[in-house]
Design a protein around this ligand. Sequence first.
Ligand code: NDP
Length: 466
Amino acid sequence: MADYDFDLFVIGAGSGGVRAGRLAAMTGAKVAVAEEYRVGGTCVIRGCVPKKFMVYAAEVTSQLKTAKGYGWTIGEASFDWKRFIHDKDVEIARLSGMYVTNLQKAGAHLLHGRAQIVDAHTVEILPKDGSNDAGTYTAKKILIATGGRPVKPDFPGAEHGFISDEAFHLPKLPKSILIVGGGYIAVEFAGIFNGLGVQTTLLYRGANILRGFDDDVRAHLADELEKRGIKVVLGCSHQRIEKAEDGTLVSTLTNELTFETEAVMFATGRDPYVEGLGLEKAGVKLNERGAIIVDDHSKTNVASIWAVGDVTDRINLTPVAIREGAAFAQTEFYNNPTTFDHECVASAVFSQPPVGSVGMTEAEARHAFGGADIYRSVFRPMKITFYGGQERCLVKLVVNPEDQKVVGVHVVGPDSPEIIQMAAIAVKMGVTKQQWDSTCAVHPTLAEELVTLREKYTPVEVGGIG
Ligand code: NDP
C-alpha cells in the first residue's frame, strides 16, 4: 500500500474544510489543512460574521427612533466608523484564532500558503512570506473546500466600484452609495449602509429583488426597504460609470437615467473558487458554472478527491458547507456512510427588515401540485404600532392542497431568522396544517401570527371590466 504524508489533505480553512479536517483528525488520522489567507474562510473573515456585526450596528438607528416612542429621550447620537471597524477586526481575529486552536487541538497540521493539486494524491504548497510550509505533500485523500469569490460585472468604469470583501474595510463611510444586485448581499448591505446614515440606492436588473424567494416576500421587502429610505431601482443596469473630478461616481444606466454617488458597490454574485487549483492536472470535472461536480457523498469523478461547500455550488450557505464537511468525515473516517439532505434548508436574509424562509414558494408549490393553499397575513407588529411606525410584517404559509402538508413558511419582519429556524423543524418533519394549527400561540409575539392563520388567502383578481 502506498505510503502518504497525510491521510487527508484539506484545501481551504473555511467552514466546510475546518469541520471536515477537525473531525477527521479527531480519529487520529494524519490531517493537513492548507489556507492561503486567514483561517475561518468567508463566513468568519469576510462574510456572515462581520456582516452581522454591521447589521447590529445599523439596527441601532431604528432602535433609537423607536426609543422615542417608548418614553426615552436620548441625546445626540453619533457613529464612529473607524472605531467600529477596529473593534470588529479584533473580534474577527479572536474567532479566527479559535478556529486555529480547535484545529490544532484536534491534531491537524495547519499549512500556510496557496495549495495547488499536482495529481490525484499530491498537493504543492507555494512559497508565502512568513511561512515555511512550501513544499510537496502526498495524501491518501484530498478535500477541496475553497469556497467562492465575488464577481464584478464587466462594463466601462466598473473598476470604480468595490465588492463585498472591501466593504468590510472601507477607509470611511461614503455619504451616498449605489448598490448593484438584488440578492442576499445587495439587500443586506443596502440595509447596513442605509441604517448607518448613507443615502442608499439599490439597483437591480430584474423585475424584483431576491429572485428565487416567494413573490410576496420579494414585493413586501422591496416596499419595506423603500419605507426605510432605500431607493429601489428595478429593471435596468449599468451602461458605464465615470469618475468626476471631485471623485463623484456618475452611473449611467441602460434606461439613460444617471445617478451620482460617492461609492458604487457590486453584489453581483459569487463564483466557485477553482482558479489556479490545478484541478485539470488531476482530471477533476467542473460543471458549466465552473463548480466542482460531486455525488451525494461529495466525491468528485476522481476516486481520491472530494469537495464541499460553495466550490460545489449546491446550496451556498455556511451551515450547509459544515454539514457537507461533517458528512464527508463521517463517511470516510468514522466508517459511518452519511449524506447531507439538501431538501428543505431554511435560510435568512439579514436585510432590514430581515427575511426567514423555508421550503417551497407559492409558485413552486403551484407548479408541483397544480395548486396551493395559501395562508398569509400582513400586519404591524405590536412594537411598531405602539410608537406609531408604519413598518409591516408578512407571514405566509404554503400548504399542499392534496395532503394538507405545510410545504413552505415565509416571514418578513423582526426576528424572522430566529422564527424560521424553529418553523423549519416542523416543515422538515412534514406536519399538516391541522397539526400546525393545534400548536397554541405564544402571546404577545410576532410568531403567534403563524399559528393563528385560519382563513385561506385568495389573491384579489386584477383585470379589466367586461
Ligand atoms: P446572489 O446570487 O444571491 O445575487 C446576485 C445578484 O446580482 C442577483 O440579483 C443577480 O441578478 C445580480 N447580478 C448578477 N450578475 C449581474 C450583472 N452582471 N449585472 C447586474 N446584476 C447582476 O449573490 P450574492 O452575491 O448576493 O450572494 C452570494 C451567495 O452568498 C448567495 O447565493 C448566498 O447563498 C450566500 N449568502 C448568504 C447569506 C445569508 O445566508 N444571509 C448572506 C450573503 C450571501 P439575477 O437575479 O438577475 O441573476
